[in-house]
Design a protein around this ligand. Structure first.
Ligand code: NAD
Ligand code: TDX
Length: 341
């Protein structure tokens, strides 16, 4: 099988490329990534010389390049490429629409033109909006995105659905909860806490810290997508999650405790605009129809993740030395009374 993975130099995409080369050593994997601030070829050093793996630097909104790549015998497209950070979508929504909506449509067109056997859209639970204190997101929950990020992901999902209904394109959509694990860019909550705590910097907690996210170790997300590629029923949506709901403040306190850092590092700051209160995934369909089961629970997964960041300080220190500082200043400067300077 020849797989096109887009966004394979990012957090989940790079974990997925490594996972697939390990689980299916006979598959060919083409990784297309435009290498935005979030794309990092260092993530893929371990597979660089694997003859089954090819990297192409290209933008998914580039029609000619996508057609050229997909015309060369691609069987399955898995679209991870996206602008993925909610806070950045509040600062500049335009690039989210371009990549997450237009980019998806360009890929769908090329997939249709060259008749791939399957197109998998890697989406997110955030398209469902925010939950109250009870209930879970199922595949039937209406789409009610609240941030420019989640609205752009929902836009992409609706196009995927439409290409299936209108043109019969064989598609699946996956909607996963919050991921964590190795190679996550340190703008996201868990690596942000770990890296800042190790530098003895204040940890910004939005609002009252009681927002809830449902955490899944990245490798369990990869195994779910692998199953969907092979056994997902055409046209279906699959939710992915491991029933690991935690408040943000629990995550912060757990990491500080495990690193032996004081709770005095916690700084409550101005809330995120439109901040979704709670996400919780019902993964029953994926379990009963495709037999998926996560293998990591939050307690072991977070320990492994902290250890990975301790062992790979060079990786995140290099990221922090680039344009990352400009983003930190823009996002947190005023919020934290400029204590980030
Ligand atoms: P990420 O930001 O770490 O990686 C995104 C990758 O896409 C980067 O390598 C970037 O260079 C690439 N990219 C961005 N724009 C591109 C373009 N126009 N053309 C080609 N490549 C481009 O994101 P992530 O956290 O790994 O998320 C991957 C996917 O999974 C996204 O679609 C996201 O919506 C979805 N998702 C993420 C999570 C999560 O918790 N991180 C949860 C559910 C779903
Ligand atoms: O500095 C912070 N302080 C804080 O309190 C940051 C960066 C986040 N938070 C809160 C906001 C959220 O309630 O922590 C929670 C998690 O935040 P993020 O790591 O930014 O993730 P989230 O907004 O939940 O979105 C993530 O999960 C779904 C991914 O970034 C998305 O790509 C994915 O679709």
């Amino acid at each position: 099988m020849k797989l096109l993975v887009t966004g394979g130099a990012g957090f989940i995409g790079s974990n997925f490329v490594m996972y697939m080369l390990r689980e299916h050593p006979d598959y060919e994997i083409v990784n297309v990534d435009s290498l935005t601030y979030a794309g990092n070829l260092e993530n893929l050093q371990s597979v660089e010389s694997n003859l089954q793996y090819t990297f192409i630097q290209a933008d998914i909104t580039d029609v000619q390049q996508m057609e050229q790549i997909i015309s060369k015998g691609i069987d399955v497209v898995v679209n991870f490429a996206a602008e993925s950070h909610v806070d950045r979508s509040i600062l500049s929504p335009d690039i989210f629409v371009r990549t997450n909506v237009l980019g998806t449509q360009v890929l769908l067109d090329a997939a249709k033109k060259y008749q791939v056997t399957k197109y998998v859209q890697v989406s997110t639970d955030e398209v469902y909006g925010s939950l109250g204190p009870t209930g879970l997101f199922t595949e039937e929950t209406p789409l009610m995105p609240n941030s420019p990020y989640s609205a752009s992901k929902a836009g992409g999902d609706l196009l995927v659905r439409a290409y299936h209904e209108t043109f019969g394109l064989p598609v699946n959509i996956t909607r996963c909860s919050n991921n964590y694990g190795p190679f996550q860019f340190p703008e996201k909550l868990i690596p942000l806490i770990i890296s800042r705590a190790l530098n003895d910097e204040a940890i910004p907690v939005y609002g009252d810290g009681l927002n809830i996210r449902d955490w899944l170790y990245v490798e369990d997300h990869c195994s779910a997508i692998d199953l969907v590629i092979h056994n997902g029923k055409i046209g279906e949506v699959y939710n992915i999650g491991g029933n690991n709901e935690r408040t943000n403040i629990y995550i912060v306190e757990t990491i500080l405790e495990q690193l032996g850092k004081p709770a005095s590092l916690i700084q409550y700051v101005q809330d995120r605009l439109g901040h979704d209160r709670r996400y919780g995934i019902d993964p029953t369909k994926l379990g009963t129809e495709l037999g998926w089961k996560p293998i990591h629970n939050f307690e072991t997964g977070i320990k492994e993740t902290i250890q990975w960041y301790l062992n790979h300080q060079d990786w995140w220190t290099r990221i922090q030395s680039g344009t990352y500082q400009d983003y930190v200043q823009l996002q947190y400067g005023k919020r934290m009374g400029d204590s980030t300077e």
